[in-house]
Design a protein around this ligand. Structure first.
Ligand code: SAM
Length: 273
Protein backbone atom coordinates (compact mmCIF):
# COMPACT_ATOMS: atom_id res chain seq x y z
CA UNK A 1 0.00 0.00 0.00
CA UNK A 2 1.35 3.48 -0.80
CA UNK A 3 0.90 5.96 2.01
CA UNK A 4 3.64 8.53 1.43
CA UNK A 5 2.08 9.77 -1.82
CA UNK A 6 0.62 13.26 -2.12
CA UNK A 7 -3.02 12.11 -2.69
CA UNK A 8 -5.06 14.52 -4.80
CA UNK A 9 -8.63 15.00 -3.65
CA UNK A 10 -9.53 16.77 -6.89
CA UNK A 11 -8.82 13.52 -8.80
CA UNK A 12 -10.89 11.37 -6.40
CA UNK A 13 -7.83 9.43 -5.25
CA UNK A 14 -9.07 6.83 -2.75
CA UNK A 15 -7.00 3.72 -3.31
CA UNK A 16 -7.71 0.08 -2.46
CA UNK A 17 -4.98 -2.32 -1.38
CA UNK A 18 -6.94 -5.26 0.09
CA UNK A 19 -6.18 -8.23 -2.18
CA UNK A 20 -9.42 -10.06 -1.34
CA UNK A 21 -11.48 -7.04 -2.34
CA UNK A 22 -9.47 -6.47 -5.53
CA UNK A 23 -9.91 -10.14 -6.50
CA UNK A 24 -13.63 -9.93 -5.73
CA UNK A 25 -14.02 -6.93 -8.07
CA UNK A 26 -12.27 -8.83 -10.89
CA UNK A 27 -14.48 -11.87 -10.21
CA UNK A 28 -17.66 -9.74 -10.16
CA UNK A 29 -16.60 -8.61 -13.64
CA UNK A 30 -16.14 -12.22 -14.77
CA UNK A 31 -12.58 -11.52 -15.94
CA UNK A 32 -10.80 -14.60 -17.33
CA UNK A 33 -7.85 -15.38 -19.62
CA UNK A 34 -9.86 -14.40 -22.73
CA UNK A 35 -10.98 -11.01 -21.36
CA UNK A 36 -9.53 -7.69 -22.49
CA UNK A 37 -10.05 -4.99 -19.87
CA UNK A 38 -10.20 -1.20 -19.89
CA UNK A 39 -9.52 0.31 -16.47
CA UNK A 40 -10.22 4.01 -15.86
CA UNK A 41 -8.10 5.44 -13.05
CA UNK A 42 -5.09 3.17 -12.44
CA UNK A 43 -4.03 4.85 -9.21
CA UNK A 44 -0.92 3.04 -7.97
CA UNK A 45 -1.91 -0.01 -10.03
CA UNK A 46 -3.27 -2.32 -7.31
CA UNK A 47 -6.43 -3.29 -9.22
CA UNK A 48 -4.49 -3.20 -12.50
CA UNK A 49 -2.13 -5.90 -11.20
CA UNK A 50 -4.92 -8.19 -10.04
CA UNK A 51 -6.71 -7.75 -13.38
CA UNK A 52 -3.48 -8.42 -15.29
CA UNK A 53 -3.04 -11.72 -13.47
CA UNK A 54 -6.48 -12.90 -14.64
CA UNK A 55 -7.03 -11.18 -18.01
CA UNK A 56 -5.61 -11.47 -21.52
CA UNK A 57 -4.69 -7.80 -21.43
CA UNK A 58 -5.39 -4.61 -19.47
CA UNK A 59 -5.34 -1.06 -20.80
CA UNK A 60 -5.43 1.44 -17.97
CA UNK A 61 -5.92 5.20 -18.17
CA UNK A 62 -4.57 7.51 -15.47
CA UNK A 63 -4.77 11.30 -15.35
CA UNK A 64 -2.08 11.85 -12.70
CA UNK A 65 1.45 11.63 -14.10
CA UNK A 66 2.88 11.60 -10.55
CA UNK A 67 1.74 7.97 -10.43
CA UNK A 68 3.98 7.01 -13.38
CA UNK A 69 6.85 5.57 -11.28
CA UNK A 70 4.45 3.20 -9.47
CA UNK A 71 2.81 2.13 -12.71
CA UNK A 72 6.13 1.51 -14.46
CA UNK A 73 6.85 -1.02 -11.71
CA UNK A 74 3.56 -2.78 -12.45
CA UNK A 75 4.58 -3.15 -16.10
CA UNK A 76 7.84 -4.86 -15.17
CA UNK A 77 5.95 -7.91 -13.87
CA UNK A 78 2.93 -7.64 -16.15
CA UNK A 79 3.79 -7.19 -19.84
CA UNK A 80 0.08 -7.57 -20.75
CA UNK A 81 -0.62 -4.10 -19.26
CA UNK A 82 -0.56 -0.82 -21.17
CA UNK A 83 -0.96 2.58 -19.54
CA UNK A 84 -2.34 5.70 -21.18
CA UNK A 85 -1.69 8.94 -19.30
CA UNK A 86 -4.41 11.55 -19.71
CA UNK A 87 -7.98 12.52 -18.90
CA UNK A 88 -10.37 9.75 -19.97
CA UNK A 89 -12.99 12.38 -20.90
CA UNK A 90 -10.59 13.99 -23.40
CA UNK A 91 -8.93 11.01 -25.04
CA UNK A 92 -10.40 10.13 -28.48
CA UNK A 93 -12.44 6.94 -28.47
CA UNK A 94 -10.48 5.79 -31.57
CA UNK A 95 -7.24 6.03 -29.64
CA UNK A 96 -8.63 3.96 -26.76
CA UNK A 97 -10.25 1.40 -29.07
CA UNK A 98 -7.00 0.97 -31.04
CA UNK A 99 -5.61 -0.90 -28.02
CA UNK A 100 -8.25 -3.66 -28.32
CA UNK A 101 -8.92 -6.24 -31.00
CA UNK A 102 -12.32 -7.41 -29.70
CA UNK A 103 -15.13 -6.46 -27.35
CA UNK A 104 -13.74 -5.61 -23.91
CA UNK A 105 -14.89 -5.13 -20.31
CA UNK A 106 -14.55 -1.95 -18.26
CA UNK A 107 -13.44 -2.58 -14.67
CA UNK A 108 -12.66 0.38 -12.42
CA UNK A 109 -12.63 1.91 -9.01
CA UNK A 110 -13.92 5.16 -10.44
CA UNK A 111 -13.04 8.69 -9.32
CA UNK A 112 -16.37 9.67 -7.76
CA UNK A 113 -16.44 13.27 -8.96
CA UNK A 114 -16.92 12.07 -12.51
CA UNK A 115 -18.72 8.69 -12.26
CA UNK A 116 -21.84 9.51 -14.28
CA UNK A 117 -20.12 11.42 -17.13
CA UNK A 118 -17.69 8.50 -17.59
CA UNK A 119 -20.52 5.94 -17.78
CA UNK A 120 -22.63 8.01 -20.17
CA UNK A 121 -19.64 8.69 -22.40
CA UNK A 122 -18.95 4.95 -22.67
CA UNK A 123 -22.60 4.28 -23.57
CA UNK A 124 -23.38 7.24 -25.79
CA UNK A 125 -20.23 6.98 -27.89
CA UNK A 126 -20.92 3.26 -28.20
CA UNK A 127 -17.49 2.05 -27.09
CA UNK A 128 -17.15 -1.63 -28.04
CA UNK A 129 -17.69 -2.82 -24.46
CA UNK A 130 -19.64 -5.80 -23.09
CA UNK A 131 -19.93 -4.70 -19.46
CA UNK A 132 -18.86 -2.19 -16.83
CA UNK A 133 -18.01 -3.33 -13.30
CA UNK A 134 -17.51 -0.24 -11.24
CA UNK A 135 -16.77 0.79 -7.69
CA UNK A 136 -18.96 3.84 -7.12
CA UNK A 137 -20.49 5.68 -4.18
CA UNK A 138 -23.09 3.39 -2.52
CA UNK A 139 -26.02 5.78 -3.05
CA UNK A 140 -25.07 6.15 -6.72
CA UNK A 141 -25.04 2.36 -7.23
CA UNK A 142 -28.46 2.14 -5.56
CA UNK A 143 -29.80 4.87 -7.81
CA UNK A 144 -28.55 3.08 -10.93
CA UNK A 145 -30.33 -0.14 -9.95
CA UNK A 146 -33.50 1.41 -8.43
CA UNK A 147 -36.93 0.78 -9.91
CA UNK A 148 -40.14 2.80 -9.73
CA UNK A 149 -40.95 1.50 -6.26
CA UNK A 150 -37.72 2.93 -4.72
CA UNK A 151 -37.25 6.53 -3.64
CA UNK A 152 -33.80 6.62 -5.30
CA UNK A 153 -35.38 6.06 -8.74
CA UNK A 154 -34.55 8.90 -11.14
CA UNK A 155 -33.72 9.86 -14.71
CA UNK A 156 -30.32 8.14 -14.43
CA UNK A 157 -31.98 4.86 -13.38
CA UNK A 158 -34.31 4.93 -16.40
CA UNK A 159 -31.60 5.90 -18.89
CA UNK A 160 -29.09 3.28 -17.70
CA UNK A 161 -31.67 0.51 -17.37
CA UNK A 162 -32.82 1.20 -20.93
CA UNK A 163 -29.35 0.16 -22.14
CA UNK A 164 -27.98 -2.20 -19.45
CA UNK A 165 -28.87 -5.04 -17.10
CA UNK A 166 -27.78 -3.71 -13.71
CA UNK A 167 -26.93 -5.42 -10.43
CA UNK A 168 -25.20 -4.24 -7.27
CA UNK A 169 -22.71 -7.03 -6.50
CA UNK A 170 -21.29 -5.84 -3.15
CA UNK A 171 -21.34 -3.04 -0.61
CA UNK A 172 -17.88 -1.84 0.45
CA UNK A 173 -17.17 -0.04 3.72
CA UNK A 174 -15.33 3.29 3.51
CA UNK A 175 -12.52 1.88 5.69
CA UNK A 176 -11.37 -0.27 2.73
CA UNK A 177 -9.93 2.85 1.04
CA UNK A 178 -6.91 5.02 1.65
CA UNK A 179 -7.31 7.90 2.19
CA UNK A 180 -10.70 7.01 3.67
CA UNK A 181 -13.61 8.83 1.95
CA UNK A 182 -16.61 9.99 3.97
CA UNK A 183 -19.08 7.74 2.13
CA UNK A 184 -19.47 3.97 1.69
CA UNK A 185 -19.16 2.41 -1.73
CA UNK A 186 -20.60 -0.40 -3.81
CA UNK A 187 -19.60 -2.45 -6.81
CA UNK A 188 -22.16 -2.26 -9.58
CA UNK A 189 -22.20 -4.42 -12.66
CA UNK A 190 -23.79 -3.04 -15.85
CA UNK A 191 -24.13 -5.52 -18.73
CA UNK A 192 -24.54 -3.68 -22.00
CA UNK A 193 -27.80 -4.66 -23.66
CA UNK A 194 -28.83 -2.13 -26.32
CA UNK A 195 -31.49 -4.56 -27.60
CA UNK A 196 -33.18 -4.95 -24.24
CA UNK A 197 -35.98 -2.61 -25.31
CA UNK A 198 -37.21 -1.47 -28.68
CA UNK A 199 -36.81 2.30 -28.43
CA UNK A 200 -37.68 3.84 -31.80
CA UNK A 201 -36.22 7.28 -31.06
CA UNK A 202 -33.63 7.36 -28.25
CA UNK A 203 -33.26 11.14 -28.43
CA UNK A 204 -37.00 11.64 -27.85
CA UNK A 205 -36.93 9.00 -25.09
CA UNK A 206 -34.09 10.88 -23.32
CA UNK A 207 -35.92 14.20 -23.68
CA UNK A 208 -39.13 12.79 -22.18
CA UNK A 209 -37.30 11.15 -19.25
CA UNK A 210 -35.38 14.35 -18.54
CA UNK A 211 -38.55 16.47 -18.54
CA UNK A 212 -40.45 13.98 -16.35
CA UNK A 213 -37.85 14.14 -13.56
CA UNK A 214 -36.92 17.81 -13.93
CA UNK A 215 -39.62 19.08 -11.56
CA UNK A 216 -39.85 16.53 -8.74
CA UNK A 217 -43.04 17.77 -7.07
CA UNK A 218 -45.06 18.19 -10.25
CA UNK A 219 -47.25 15.67 -12.02
CA UNK A 220 -46.11 14.17 -15.31
CA UNK A 221 -48.69 16.37 -17.05
CA UNK A 222 -47.10 19.56 -15.65
CA UNK A 223 -43.58 18.36 -16.47
CA UNK A 224 -44.45 17.61 -20.10
CA UNK A 225 -46.20 20.97 -20.46
CA UNK A 226 -43.07 22.74 -19.24
CA UNK A 227 -40.51 20.50 -20.97
CA UNK A 228 -42.18 20.56 -24.40
CA UNK A 229 -44.16 23.78 -24.26
CA UNK A 230 -47.41 21.83 -24.65
CA UNK A 231 -50.95 22.83 -23.59
CA UNK A 232 -52.58 20.89 -20.75
CA UNK A 233 -55.13 19.22 -23.09
CA UNK A 234 -52.41 18.14 -25.51
CA UNK A 235 -50.57 16.39 -22.68
CA UNK A 236 -53.79 14.75 -21.53
CA UNK A 237 -54.17 13.23 -25.00
CA UNK A 238 -50.51 12.11 -25.04
CA UNK A 239 -50.73 10.49 -21.61
CA UNK A 240 -53.97 8.71 -22.57
CA UNK A 241 -52.43 7.53 -25.87
CA UNK A 242 -49.57 6.01 -23.84
CA UNK A 243 -52.15 4.15 -21.72
CA UNK A 244 -51.28 6.05 -18.52
CA UNK A 245 -53.32 7.91 -15.91
CA UNK A 246 -53.31 11.70 -16.13
CA UNK A 247 -52.38 12.27 -12.46
CA UNK A 248 -49.31 10.00 -12.60
CA UNK A 249 -45.82 11.20 -11.55
CA UNK A 250 -42.56 10.56 -13.35
CA UNK A 251 -41.11 8.58 -10.46
CA UNK A 252 -43.92 5.99 -10.76
CA UNK A 253 -43.33 5.09 -14.41
CA UNK A 254 -41.35 2.05 -15.57
CA UNK A 255 -38.89 2.04 -18.48
CA UNK A 256 -41.66 0.48 -20.62
CA UNK A 257 -44.01 3.32 -19.67
CA UNK A 258 -41.38 5.85 -20.74
CA UNK A 259 -41.01 4.14 -24.10
CA UNK A 260 -44.80 4.28 -24.66
CA UNK A 261 -44.82 7.90 -23.56
CA UNK A 262 -41.98 8.92 -25.88
CA UNK A 263 -43.76 7.22 -28.82
CA UNK A 264 -46.96 9.11 -27.93
CA UNK A 265 -45.08 12.44 -27.73
CA UNK A 266 -43.44 11.80 -31.09
CA UNK A 267 -46.74 10.82 -32.75
CA UNK A 268 -48.36 13.94 -31.34
CA UNK A 269 -45.58 16.17 -32.67
CA UNK A 270 -45.79 14.52 -36.11
CA UNK A 271 -49.56 15.06 -36.24
CA UNK A 272 -49.11 18.70 -35.24
CA UNK A 273 -46.61 19.46 -38.02
N1 SAM B 1 -7.54 1.93 -9.30
C1 SAM B 1 -6.94 2.50 -8.14
C2 SAM B 1 -7.34 1.73 -6.90
O1 SAM B 1 -8.37 1.05 -6.96
O2 SAM B 1 -6.64 1.81 -5.91
C3 SAM B 1 -7.26 3.99 -7.98
C4 SAM B 1 -8.73 4.35 -7.88
S1 SAM B 1 -9.02 6.04 -7.43
C5 SAM B 1 -10.65 5.94 -6.76
C6 SAM B 1 -9.38 6.85 -9.00
C7 SAM B 1 -8.20 7.11 -9.91
O3 SAM B 1 -8.67 7.76 -11.10
C8 SAM B 1 -7.14 8.03 -9.35
O4 SAM B 1 -5.87 7.45 -9.49
C9 SAM B 1 -7.25 9.31 -10.17
O5 SAM B 1 -6.00 9.99 -10.31
C10 SAM B 1 -7.77 8.78 -11.48
N2 SAM B 1 -8.54 9.76 -12.28
C11 SAM B 1 -9.27 10.78 -11.83
N3 SAM B 1 -9.85 11.45 -12.84
C12 SAM B 1 -9.49 10.81 -13.98
C13 SAM B 1 -9.75 11.03 -15.36
N4 SAM B 1 -10.55 12.03 -15.77
N5 SAM B 1 -9.19 10.21 -16.27
C14 SAM B 1 -8.38 9.19 -15.86
N6 SAM B 1 -8.08 8.94 -14.56
C15 SAM B 1 -8.63 9.72 -13.63
Amino acid sequence: MITNFDFKKKFGQNFISDKNLLNAIADDAGVDAQTQVLEIGAGAGALTEVLAEKAEKVVSIEIDKDLKPYLELVRVNHPNVEFIFGDFMRIDSEEIESHFDKTYAVVANLPYYITTPIIFRLLEEKFNISSMTLMVQKEVAERFAANESNKEYGAVSVMLQSMCDISVTRIVNRNMFFPQPNVDSAVVNLKINFNKYNIPNREMFAKVVKAAFMWRRKTLNNCLQMGFDFEKVEVEQIIAAAGLKNQVRGENLSVDDYIKLSVAVENHLNEKN
